[in-house]
Write a protein that binds this ligand. Structure first.
Ligand SMILES: Cc1ncc(COP(=O)(O)O)c(C=O)c1O
Length: 456
């Protein structure tokens, strides 16, 4: 393309007002929230980059599909439309709708988990890990070493360490019911997995007779990275790459709040008939009848339409380039970010940016609060607040102290992102004035959601 500007491949059809606030109002709001951005009223946030999950804008055609929803309890035609859209990309025999990704995880791991069981993954997302551990099983992360290095420029930092997987299956294989791969690797910075690595994982699974399951929330973004970065993939339709990925797996868990462009939804899909029957029985217990799971017919229709939109090349090119636009601008401004830039989010390295704040005074928390106070931008600490407290009660610095700026799909324009860049630059200029925090109250688990803080 001869032009530099990445234009949004859509125009605005319906608008939602943003609520402007002054710095004094934001300082009061965050103090009232106990300096925890999760406790802010969303209305007081100008640009909300807390998550890309369920926060995207649906298209005109998705809203139209909602009108087509059939709410029959059993045998709804909306289920058939949904199932066919899933199977068009992921041709697994059984497609089981759930209300979101973690419900699919809970069902799967209730069936295959339990004390003594081991589940390897490149990196388990926190709900995946929690659902595995809740059954008494062990969740093991086997991402390649580059995936743990914020500055490594490896093009596929989500790849599985094949030797480590083989070692695990050799020594503890009888305890492993399945192998998982998360595409893209959210907890590792939204980094992709290569098709070659998936083929290598499949070969190791075959060697040890293990099924391979995908945690496929961002499958289209991952497939686009494969098209962009993997030798021999460049001229291919992203749909064919996705089908190649699916053909390597035996099943998947899915949060449809990400790439399927839904505000709610998920599914579990798999080939094994006996396993599918056990999962369906649990679905009926906790979610609903198998042709709607945890969703309304209208949600199923919106997701089916979303699945046709997310694989469009113009959309994916814009999506990946616009996330990189933010990340590269911050990098140029001297703000340390995890590299290369991932698909759905930019991760600022708060520990490197604020070296005067020790990890146990939460540099990520300090940065997240400063971004909000300075410009009403809400990101999310992913560091010592989130991971520092251990089950034995001790507290240790997390491996990294990051602030994630997750980009909702099709929601903000380039001028919003230019504004975010300016806010980050302003915080960068005044970074020496930022101080650390102390936790004043925290719950027993998942403290980052509800803890309160005091500025030091
Ligand atoms: C990789 C990954 N797996 C699973 C989930 C859980 O999905 P949900 O939030 O729909 O329960 C998420 C959500 O962020 C995720 O990013």
């Amino acid at each position: 393309m001869p032009f530099r500007t990445i234009i949004e491949p859509f125009r605005i059809h319906s608008v939602e007002p943003l609520h402007m606030t002054t710095k004094a109002q934001r300082e009061a709001a965050i103090a009232e929230a106990g300096y925890n951005v999760f406790s802010l009223r969303a209305r007081d946030v100008l640009i909300d980059l807390l998550t890309d999950s369920g926060t995207g804008a649906m298209s005109r055609d998705q809203w139209a599909a909602i009108q087509h929803g059939d709410e029959s309890y059993a045998g709804s035609p909306s289920y058939v439309i949904f199932r066919d859209a899933v199977q068009n990309l992921f041709p697994f025999t059984h497609v089981i709708p759930t209300h979101q990704g973690r419900a699919a995880e809970k069902i799967l791991f209730t069936v295959v988990g339990g004390a003594g069981v081991v589940i390897p993954n490149n990196t388990h997302f926190d709900t995946t890990r929690a659902n595995i551990e809740y059954t008494g099983a062990e969740a093991i992360d086997l991402v390649i070493d580059e995936g743990r290095d914020a500055q490594s420029e490896h093009p596929f930092k989500g790849n599985m360490n094949i030797e480590a997987l083989r070692d695990l299956l050799r020594t503890r294989g009888s305890h492993v019911p399945l192998v998982m791969m998360t595409i893209t690797n959210n907890s590792g910075g939204g980094q992709p997995v290569s098709l070659q690595n998936l083929r290598d994982v499949r070969a190791v699974c075959d060697e040890f007779g293990k099924p391979l399951f995908l945690d496929a929330c961002r499958f289209a973004e991952n497939a686009w990275f494969i098209r962009e970065r993997e030798p021999g993939q460049h001229d291919r339709d992203v749909v064919d790459i996705i089908r190649d990925i699916a053909a390597l797996a035996d099943g998947m868990t899915m949060s449809a709040k990400k790439d399927p462009m839904g505000n709610i939804g998920g599914w579990l899909a798999l080939n094994d008939d006996a396993l599918a029957e056990s999962c369906r029985n649990l679905l009926i217990l906790g979610e609903g009848f198998p042709t709607y799971g945890g969703l309304a017919g209208r949600d199923l229709e919106a997701l089916a339409q979303g699945l046709t939109e997310v694989v469009q090349h113009d959309y994916l090119r814009y999506r990946i380039q616009s996330t990189a636009y933010l990340g590269e601008a911050l990098h140029r401004a001297g703000i340390p970010v995890v590299r290369p830039i991932g698909g759905h989010a930019v991760y600022i390295d708060a520990r490197a940016m604020l070296p005067h704040i020790p990890p146990l005074q939460y540099p990520g928390q300090s940065l997240a609060v400063a971004l909000y106070e300075t410009g009403g931008v809400r990101g999310c600490e992913i560091g010592t607040v989130m991971f520092g407290r251990h089950t034995d009660g001790t507290e240790h610095p997390a491996a990294m102290d990051l602030v994630r700026l997750a980009i909702p799909r099709r929601t903000y324009t380039q001028s919003h992102i230019d504004y975010v860049i300016e806010v980050c630059e302003e915080v960068g200029r005044t970074r020496d004035n930022l101080s650390g925090y102390r936790i004043t109250t925290e719950p027993a688990q998942l403290r980052h959601f509800t803890a309160t803080f005091e500025r030091l």
